[in-house]
Design a protein around this ligand. Structure first.
Ligand code: ATP
Ligand code: MG
Length: 282
């Protein structure tokens, strides 16, 4: 039987604004995240992805419903559950190496062991040569790799990631996505990954929770056959993309889900409306 790592049961979040008007970003959300899986929360801006992530990570409490990790109610952030935000959150006064060492110092890991682990993870994210540099001396992609290294070095039990690669160029994003896949296979970390990028979800996820908006809900759940061998040029990836596009189309009622084909379109074919490859920010 599959072990449930995170259980979200009947969770709603509502706010009252100054005019007394009620807003319901999340309504009656149910979600089970299995131990060791990577689940993507996919949906347009404002559908409640960050809210749901913050609830699971313990930064926010629901208006109603409950959230458990390993059968224990989530009431506050847990050091074994690391959150990676979009805006890096690096300490500007610390070098790359010292940023990565931070979590290990907090855990009082012996200095030799901490250095060994920090250098190993910096090698994994390709930053060995930048260990002595400061964040201001790095590009955006390098900063995000430091943030990823800092999150992974403590070998978290659960990793919450909120659009961590959205601001990066495609080369860097693909590289970091590959690193996430490799590291997960090695460590078996449970990952909840927020994205509005269909391809990112199709490439990384074991399952994709497609969220609807106003109120935010999980409208569809896409489950892929377990496979870690495919790459971005493979038929499996294309099939995964079609699967995601179809679920998004079902959720939002777009006319026809389309996906890139390598064959040429027939002559004189009228162009079909294509879904955007990602939800654009409103
Ligand atoms: N403190 C708050 N008070 C009132 N409304 C809030 C508050 N926090 C979030 N919301 C509302 O909840 C909804 C969901 O916000 P959330 O940040 O979770 O969306 P999101 O899916 O992460 O969007 P994005 O893709 O733009 O990051 C939005 O309509 C937002 O305005
Ligand atoms: Mg968000």
């Amino acid at each position: 039987m599959t072990h449930t790592k995170i259980r979200v049961s009947g969770v709603s979040v509502s706010y009252q604004d100054r005019d007394g008007q009620q807003h319901v970003p999340l309504q009656l959300v149910n979600l089970s995240v299995r131990k060791g899986e990577l689940i993507c929360l996919l949906g347009p801006s404002g559908c409640g992805k960050t809210t749901l992530l913050n609830l699971m990570a313990g930064f926010q409490t629901p208006s109603s419903g409950s959230i458990e990790i390993d059968g224990v109610a989530v009431r506050k952030p847990n050091p074994r559950h690391v959150t990676l935000f979009q805006e890096y959150g690096l300490f500007p006064w610390r070098t790359v190496l010292d940023n990565v060492l931070f979590g290990l110092e907090a855990q009082k890991i012996a200095r030799d062991e901490a250095l060994r682990r920090a250098h190993a993870i910096l090698a994994t994210v390709g930053l060995t040569d930048s260990a002595r540099r400061f964040p201001r001396q790095l590009s955006g992609g390098m900063k995000q790799r430091v943030a990823l290294a800092r999150a992974l070095v403590v070998e978290p039990d659960v990793l919450f990631m909120d659009e961590p690669f959205a601001a990066l160029d495609t080369f860097t994003r693909h590289r970091l996505q590959d690193e996430i896949r490799t590291i997960r296979q090695r460590l078996g970390t449970t990952v909840v990954f927020v994205t509005h990028d269909f391809d990112e979800a199709a490439y990384l996820a074991d399952r994709v929770a497609v969220m609807s908006i106003n109120p935010g809900r999980i409208a569809e759940m896409v489950e892929f056959a377990p496979d870690t061998t495919f790459d971005r040029r493979s038929r499996i990836f294309e099939e995964r993309r079609i699967h995601v596009f179809t679920s998004v189309a079902n959720t939002f009622g777009h006319a026809e889900p389309t996906v890139c084909k390598t064959s040429s379109p027939p002559q004189n074919a009228s162009p079909k409306p294509a879904l955007e490859a990602s939800f654009t920010a409103s």
